[in-house]
Design a protein around this ligand. Structure first.
Ligand code: ADP
Length: 145
């Protein structure tokens, strides 16, 4: 049986921290679906760019699928026949936040969430930090895969 995991997120932008989670999830699952949560009410051009960049990044890897979605993550898990949701945990704040969502997904929909602990070298990295550095014209190329 082919095991697929869904890795949902805003990925705004997709950082080397996210890429590390995908890489490690591929060691546990046959296939990883990176699901970019988009808000269709917001800048569609920005969404299109984010999706294209990520598709391009994984173009050569048939075990990674990149999709955009604007629905309940639990519905997407079912629709894609995924075994679980993957989330990265950097710190206690992440854990507290993720636990709430994971609990709902398990109680209401029977969907499991698998946590991968962030690589200690990458745990300070967030999309927010990258956006902030970018705003002030700093070089962020090292932070993006
Ligand atoms: P969301 O807005 O859904 O929290 P993000 O794009 O910020 O989405 O993050 C998606 C997932 O990746 C989350 O589980 C987050 O904790 C995890 N993540 C973000 N940055 C890192 C990192 N540097 N190392 C490991 N996991 C990370």
């Amino acid at each position: 049986m082919q095991r697929t995991a869904l890795f949902p997120g805003s990925f705004n932008p997709f950082t080397v921290g996210h890429a590390d989670i995908v890489r490690r999830a591929l060691q546990l699952f046959d296939k990883v679906i990176v699901a970019i949560g988009v808000n269709s009410a917001k800048d569609p051009a920005d969404n299109t760019k984010r999706i294209a960049r990520l598709r391009n990044l994984y173009a050569d890897n048939p075990r990674v699928e990149v999709i955009a979605y604007d629905s309940l993550t639990a519905d997407l898990v079912r629709q894609k026949n995924a075994s679980c949701i993957i989330r990265g945990i950097r710190n206690e704040a992440d854990l507290a936040y993720e636990n709430e969502i994971a609990q709902v997904n398990f109680s209401l929909f029977g969907i499991e969430t698998v946590y991968l602990l962030a690589d200690p070298e990458l745990r300070e990295l967030s999309s927010t930090v990258v956006r902030e550095l970018q705003r002030f014209g700093k070089d962020i190329s090292q932070l993006l895969p």
